[in-house]
Write a protein that binds this ligand. Structure first.
Ligand code: ADP
Ligand code: MG
Length: 309
């Protein structure tokens, strides 16, 4: 099997999107854009040893590679449409490829996104996806729109993925729900979309709430006050914090892919309704201030979110 058979066998399946004029197989893909919509695009890479362990299952790696990209589209309030896959493989392992491509196909169908191209090379395992979405002109939710007095919210629970990773690194067996949080994060596409015209800013929490909220306050030229006792955390994590006094997991732990967003307080009841309609926990964790800095109440320990360099 050569590179072209590999693409044909594992990454060229029937697509169901009339906006695609040309998918996998030519020098480039062609998609049609509707007027009054803007293209929203982003790339996220997963590298062996950095984003996953060498014995992680191909189906989990495929799921997460796409999910983290979908999460960026969700954070913009956009609708995910297409993606390309740049795949670097150490060898041509057909069993691995079968599981990887089946999971990628299943995940793409679940979230109605289509694989329209990519690149395949040899080297250390690396999966780089470029995702493309659409949003009505000027409706995307940027990091830069937070205003003094806005409430700050977080979806879901935070810190479990980092707690899970900590346990694995310490040789402790994580429980099933923690493993799911780490390996199968849920892209909050419905929530992001519902927050259009409501949220003043939004970001997905990939590297830790503390760092990601700093991105919002920097882009918006504001400050923020949050209280650790308002953070949405699981019972398991709460127990860990009670004994250790260490709030760094929900504050600085990455990999949750929950949304952190701000909104004028007049939208508070609309946000409660969104939480109910979409059956997603949404928690108010603080308020935007004019201080230009992030103030974390209830914890004065070290804060260090994830940084690659
Ligand atoms: P080129 O040499 O013109 O860059 P390639 O031989 O790399 O083209 O790719 C051939 C076709 O297969 C292109 O349409 C490309 O987008 C697609 N493709 C290559 N690798 C992948 C992949 N891993 N997943 C999906 N499509 C791929
Ligand atoms: Mg070419």
């Amino acid at each position: 099997m050569n590179e072209f058979d590999l693409i044909n066998n594992y990454f060229s399946w029937q697509l169901n999107d009339s906006d695609i004029e040309l998918g996998v197989g030519d020098d480039a893909a062609i998609v049609n854009l509707h007027s009054d919509f803007q293209l929203v695009t982003s790339t996220d890479t997963l590298s062996e040893g950095v984003h996953f362990f060498d014995d992680d299952l191909p189906e989990d790696i495929a799921y997460k590679s796409l999910a983290v990209n979908l999460s960026d589209i969700a954070a913009m309030g956009a609708t995910a449409k297409w993606f390309t896959l740049a795949l670097t493989l150490p060898s041509l392992d057909e069993v691995w490829l079968k599981h990887f491509s089946e999971s990628l196909k299943e995940t793409s169908q679940k979230y109605s996104v289509s694989l329209i191209g990519g690149d395949t090379t040899k080297g250390t395992l690396n999966i780089s996806i470029t995702i493309m979405g659409v949003v009505q002109k000027r409706c995307a939710i940027k990091r830069s729109g937070a205003k003094n007095g806005d409430y700050i919210y977080v979806s879901g629970d935070i810190g479990d993925a980092a707690h899970c990773l900590k346990k694995i690194k310490e040789g402790v067996k994580p429980n099933e729900s923690e493993l799911i949080k780490l390996k199968r994060p849920l892209p909050r596409l419905e929530l992001g979309s519902a927050l259009k015209n409501i949220a003043s800013s939004c970001i997905d929490i990939s590297d830790g709430l503390e760092q990601d909220l700093q991105h919002i306050i920097k882009a918006s030229k504001v400050g923020a006050e949050i209280d650790v006792y308002d953070l949405p955390i699981s019972e398991e994590l709460n127990n860990y914090i009670k004994t250790s006094g260490n709030w760094s997991l929900p504050l600085c732990g990455g990999d949750d892919y929950e949304l952190c967003f701000t909104a004028n307080k007049e939208h508070d009841s609309a946000i409660k309704n969104i939480a109910k309609t979409h059956n997603i926990r949404i928690t108010k964790i603080g308020v935007i201030s004019d201080s230009k800095r992030l103030e974390v109440k209830g914890y004065d320990g070290a804060l260090k979110s994830y940084q690659h360099f």
